[in-house]
Design a protein around this ligand. Structure first.
Ligand SMILES: CC(=O)SCCNC(=O)CCNC(=O)[C@H](O)C(C)(C)COP(=O)(O)OP(=O)(O)OC[C@H]1O[C@@H](n2cnc3c(N)ncnc32)[C@H](O)[C@@H]1OP(=O)(O)O
Length: 409
């Protein structure tokens, strides 16, 4: 098989995009979705693999800013649109694209690549580690009283057209970006995905709705949702499907949930993705009725391990020598001395004896503070070479807010 891997050209986009959809089962995408995909495609960082005239592999990357513990925004590659045609699978096409892409990310000076995976088993071999979880909830709003907090009555809720309210919602979103590791700053155009409302994708629910939450005339939160009406012999039991709920403070957050709980003719609220330390389970009397489930979401791949570790702050002072293994990006291999605290960090090559040994994948898993080094060690993935080093580093790598990816890409 002779294939050519090359950067995507404008005139190749339609067939490239079509092959991508085919590898995911061939569902026909709406013209609105395709228009947004095309607008957001960064051609100079999109790859196609061609077998003669046939496109057999696709991969892309979005230029994002990722919040890390301490609040800094790090430029990252958001790896996406990865596919290999069934006729060419398991012959190394993905591996070749990953190699090319990570070299390019390095050249651009981005210390991290991030992604969400169709199948989590694919990306560990390329140095990606799971760094954040999604908490989903199916809340029984018949049995649970709505959230209350002092001050919620002072929050004014206003229904708005989701598209017309985009700018107000985006300004809330932008203010939230530095507040939690895993949040993404993105280029203009991304906001349109949040209000995409294609009838064929509604799965029985009604139109997308938006409610803005105001305090003293300032928009401080919003919820986007759709209602799926259902009726049986006992009466109505519709579902409120929350797409996004964002708030700048706890009272506004509680007010939005109180509203969502109270929508007539519904008996449950579902939300697919909230941080694992979300307030909602603590705002109600019976957490079990929140129907909580967890799933991995964000994978992180340190591309320049020293720069990645130095970009964040540490919860407690840390001074540790890490022995890092990285077969796929060998420039990261070796010993790194990480010194840091809540004000900042440095991480440089060293010849001092190693205190912890791990692969770059575990660095990715621990980087945002979502998974303790002690858990990874218990799974045999981090080795303690100096007694005491593991516990101290594990505490230092923690994060006040759990990492969370606010949306897929
Ligand atoms: C970020 C995103 O876009 S996630 C979306 C990923 N895309 C999809 O899921 C669409 C459907 N699947 C596909 O298109 C393809 O099967 C891909 C892209 C997952 C794999 O492409 P391939 O060209 O077959 O992978 P390639 O031959 O380079 O395999 C590299 C290694 O990954 C392994 N691998 C590939 N796919 C999988 C998988 N689904 N699960 C576990 N391991 C896998 C291979 O066995 C191989 O392992 P090795 O290093 O031990 O030899």
């Amino acid at each position: 098989m002779t294939t050519e891997l090359r950067v995507l050209r404008d005139e190749e986009w339609a067939v490239w995009s079509d092959r991508l959809d085919l590898a995911f089962g061939g569902l026909v995408q709406s013209s609105e979705k395709l228009a947004i995909r095309r607008d957001l495609t960064e051609f100079d960082r999109s790859l196609g693999v061609w077998d003669g005239p046939a496109c057999v592999g696709t991969a892309g990357a979005f230029s994002f800013g990722l919040t890390v513990p301490g609040g800094a925004e790090v430029p990252v590659a958001g790896v996406t649109m990865v596919s290999v045609q069934p006729t060419h699978r398991r012959r190394g096409v993905l591996r070749a694209m990953m190699r090319h892409q990570l070299a390019d990310v390095r050249e651009r000076g981005e210390p991290l690549a991030v992604l969400t995976a169709s199948e989590p088993a694919i990306y560990g071999r390329f140095g990606y580690g799971v760094a954040a979880l999604d908490m989903r909830m199916t809340v029984d709003t018949v049995r649970l009283a709505a959230p209350e907090l002092p001050g919620v009555d002072g929050v004014r809720l206003r229904a708005a057209d989701p598209v017309a309210a985009l700018a107000e919602c985006e300004s809330v979103y932008a203010r939230l970006v530095p507040t939690r590791p895993g949040r993404l700053a993105r280029r203009p155009g991304w906001e349109r995905i949040g209000v995409l409302d294609v009838p064929a994708d509604r799965d029985g629910a009604g139109v997308l709705q938006c409610v803005l939450a105001e305090v003293d005339g300032e928009v401080r939160g919003y919820a986007r949702f759709a209602v799926k009406p259902e009726w049986d012999a006992a009466g109505p039991h519709g579902t409120v499907r929350v797409r996004q709920v964002e708030a700048l403070d706890p009272v506004v957050y509680a007010a939005l949930w109180r509203f969502l709980f109270g929508i007539d003719l519904t008996s449950s609220v579902t939300v697919a993705s909230r941080p694992v330390d979300d307030a909602l389970p603590h705002l109600v009397a019976d957490m079990r009725r929140c129907g909580i489930g967890l799933r991995e979401s964000l994978f992180v791949r340190p591309v320049e391990v020293g720069a990645a570790l130095a970009a964040r702050t540490y919860r407690t002072p840390v001074d540790v020598v890490l022995q890092v293994a990285d077969e796929f990006c060998p420039w990261n291999e070796g010993r790194w001395r990480l010194s840091g605290d809540a004000a900042g960090a440095t991480c440089a090559r060293t010849s001092e004896p190693a205190e912890l040994a791990l692969s770059v994948r575990e660095v990715g898993s621990a980087l945002l503070g979502g998974f303790p080094l002690t858990s990874l060690a218990a799974a045999g993935r981090v080795r303690e070479l100096r007694p005491g080093a593991l516990a101290a580093a594990s505490v230092a790598f923690g994060s006040d807010a759990a990492p969370w990816l606010p949306h897929g890409f």
